[in-house]
Design a protein. Sequence first.
Length: 249
Amino acid sequence: MDIKNIPEHELARLREKAKELSGSTTDYQSEYSSLLTRRVNHEPLQYIEEYVPFYSISLKVDERCLIPRPETEYLVQIIKDNIESPKKVLDVGTGSGCIALMMKSIFPNSEVTGIDISEDAIELANENSKLNSLEVSFFQSNLLENVKETDHDLIVANLPYIPTENLNELDREVIDYEPLTALNGGKDGLEIISNLIHELEERDYKEVNLFLEIDSRKSSETLELLNSWDEVKLLEDLAEKDRYVFAKR
Ligand SMILES: C[S@@+](CC[C@H](N)C(=O)[O-])C[C@H]1O[C@@H](n2cnc3c(N)ncnc32)[C@H](O)[C@@H]1O
């Protein structure tokens, strides 16, 4: 990226970060120039700034996790509007811990667990738990492999959903910096989501509310995967795209 293409509002944020790092409001040129170099090399602004707001909390973000997206904040809102005091919540593919931590914030009496295949993501989610003083149990697990209980009444999953063959179409900011395990949804993009649904069915999960964030272009295929569930519906994001699936069994 050419420095000329960095918009003024980003430059202003980089200047603020440089002032913070240098501990000076006047003598921050060397920090500013190294932050500019990182941005010119396509590093996402959020990683450079280190923290992002998510719904009502602040999260540390770096190359260990996907940067939480606005669609996921809206998923939190949908859950808040539709679910009343769940007893046990499981967030599958927790990344920065954004969904799990917000669930604990909204439902303080619930027992909340967040799992991820990535040890790095779990380490960061634990840091975010401390940062926000929200008690969530985070541990590494390939889907439900290390999850012993089957009595969660709310399960949320924003798993990777980009088809492997489309990864090369992503912006450099995304593909060069965000973790591949957070993006790669395998063949047709539905591999990991369909594995989760099968694992939930095999474990005979009952009385569970499931919310999935999905690729809007895969909504009918996702609904088919859930055809044995009792109640299944598609929900739209703020751009009116089919972005979430709610299912109950
Ligand atoms: C799209 S990111 C979402 C992260 C976070 N939940 C959010 O909404 O920002 C998907 C996450 O799923 C994790 N993941 C990928 N495959 C997984 C698997 N088989 N089991 C558990 N987690 C997995 C990735 O490491 C990544 O953190």
